[in-house]
Design a protein around this ligand. Structure first.
Ligand SMILES: C[S@@+](CC[C@H](N)C(=O)[O-])C[C@H]1O[C@@H](n2cnc3c(N)ncnc32)[C@H](O)[C@@H]1O
Length: 377
């Protein structure tokens, strides 16, 4: 059913998202994962605990994404999370676009990108618009990689002015094997690794997370970046702590924890389902830990921002605002909804919103970005 103004008003935000208590994890420090004693952080006993706990979910994740059907715009536009998916896509576009601009400003050589956990190629257009020279797409799900390749071939056929980059496609579990031997040129280096909505699958165990981060960063050239998006562990914990039965969500998404015991650094599992798109186990990413792990790889995590914060910051830019509209990343406010609050400020030239349910799902996420990597030699 087309989401209509009649069927959706009650699910609209009652206040601007940034003023909602649930988007402010700072308000409940007792529920934060960092309240764990830090000395436990990388202890061996923690590692063996997570090993004992972890059964390997990689194939379950791969099977899930392999089974996911690609649907066209017509079907997507009828989904209850149509605007949220567009909004998430806008966040990725801005994140990727800004980094590519920076790369182009700082160097004259062609830009090479690793799309780690590329899925069905949802970011291919962003790479084309960003004028990159070479792309490596890799994912654990074979069907997704095949669809990504077909999408690329299709784009290439349609591109008349030869503005297409070259690309290669690899099916591999990035938490279990180094990707380099699988590249056409095993000495290839990258200017950017983009890991969108993926890194949380690797925090099932320390070994897996280490391999994923190594694959992300090891082949970055000096000045290269690692960027991504992932659920915010603080927010997940905060919401779970408010719930009676360790689960929370609404009609579009659900998060379910198994136990109330303090989460381990690796293997802190919860089950995540999102209307027809995701239904898999995921693992909390504790940012201070990822920061330490990245430091060991010579990278410094400098930006972590909630989607709400990211939005507030980026929407100030005229170009980003106009992209927001082009991508239908917010639902247009109709007259009958004028009493509702909306996501954007009235000082900007347009108004738009996400339903409350969509916002509750989107506001779980964070973007992250490293400082340009140093020469590792
Ligand atoms: C939510 S989708 C995101 C896809 C894409 N990055 C995007 O933003 O549209 C998560 C992707 O991570 C991939 N993935 C999960 N675990 C992985 C692993 N161990 N190695 C490589 N890819 C993995 C899944 O197959 C899936 O395609």
């Amino acid at each position: 059913m087309e989401p209509s103004s009649e069927s959706r008003p009650e699910s609209r935000p009652e206040s601007r998202p940034e003023s909602r208590p649930e988007s402010r994890p700072e308000s409940r420090p007792e529920s934060r994962p960092e309240s764990r004693p830090m000395k436990r952080s990388l202890d061996e006993d923690e590692e063996s605990l997570s090993k004992r706990k972890a059964s390997d979910h990689s194939s379950e994740v791969a099977d899930h994404y392999n089974r996911l059907q690609e649907v066209g715009l017509q079907v997507r536009s009828q989904s209850r999370i149509f605007y949220m998916r567009n909004f998430n896509n806008w966040v990725k576009s801005v994140l990727i676009g800004e980094i590519l601009d920076q790369l182009r400003r700082s160097r004259t050589s062609p830009v090479r990108v690793l799309d780690l956990g590329c899925g069905k190629g949802g970011d291919l257009l962003k790479w084309r618009r960003g004028n990159i020279s070479h792309l490596v797409c890799t994912d654990i799900a074979e069907v997704s990689v095949d669809q990504c390749r077909s999408r690329f071939e299709e784009m290439k056929k349609k591109s008349h002015n030869n503005d297409m980059f070259t690309a290669e496609f690899i099916t591999a579990d990035a938490t279990k094997e180094p990707l380099w031997p699988r590249l056409a040129d095993s000495t290839l280096t990258f200017d950017l690794c983009s890991c969108q909505f993926v890194v949380h699958y690797s925090f099932e165990s320390r070994t897996k997370a280490e391999m994923m981060l190594k694959n992300a960063c090891e082949r970055l050239r000096p000045g290269g970046y690692f960027i991504g998006t992932t659920p915010d562990a603080y927010e997940l914990m905060r919401r779970a702590s408010l719930s009676q039965d360790l689960s929370f969500g609404n009609e579009v998404f659900k998060v379910r924890f198994k136990s109330r015991s303090p989460p381990s650094l690796f293997g802190a599992e919860y089950h995540f389902s999102l209307e027809g798109v995701v239904d898999v186990p995921e693992f909390m990413v504790y940012f201070p830990l990822m920061t330490r792990m990245l430091e060991k790889l010579g990278m410094r995590l400098i930006l972590k921002s909630r989607f709400s914060e990211f939005f507030e910051e980026k929407v100030k830019d005229e170009q980003h605002r106009s992209l927001l509209q082009k991508m239908s990343a917010l639902e247009r406010l109709r007259k009958e909804l004028y009493k509702c609050f909306y996501v954007t400020s009235v000082t900007f030239a347009f108004q738009g919103t996400l339903s409350r349910s969509e916002w509750e799902a989107a506001s779980e996420y964070k973007t992250f970005r490293t400082e340009p990597g140093l020469d590792k030699d």
